[in-house]
Write a protein that binds this ligand. Sequence first.
Ligand SMILES: [Zn+2]
Length: 122
Amino acid sequence: MKRKILDDTRRMLKEKTRRWAEHIKVEPTQIRVQTMTRKWASCSTTGWISLAVDLADQPNAFQDYVIVHELLHLRVPNHGKLFKSLLTVYLPEWRATASINESRRITCSDQRKSPFKVNSAQ
Ligand SMILES: [Zn+2]
């Protein structure tokens, strides 16, 4: 990708993430857009969100799904009932959308070492 296009892509994805973050009322400490080949996105327990730059080539609904998935992990550190019901609140069609492209993972980097308390999900 040419530099200008790459910059625009990064800006677009960050902007989209910021809008969703406001909507969901979470505050990622940093949003990074970078080249990732095995993941669409990841998040860290310190609140960093990383997105694959070529997520921009995916359908809009899929971009939203990946972004909302990661942002919700800032509130719920697992994929339990609460996580799924929040996904449904923001993206009613998320199950269908998630299956659009399962070629890469969406991860939360160090969930097992997560400092989140179980009841922070309430
Ligand atoms: Zn997840």
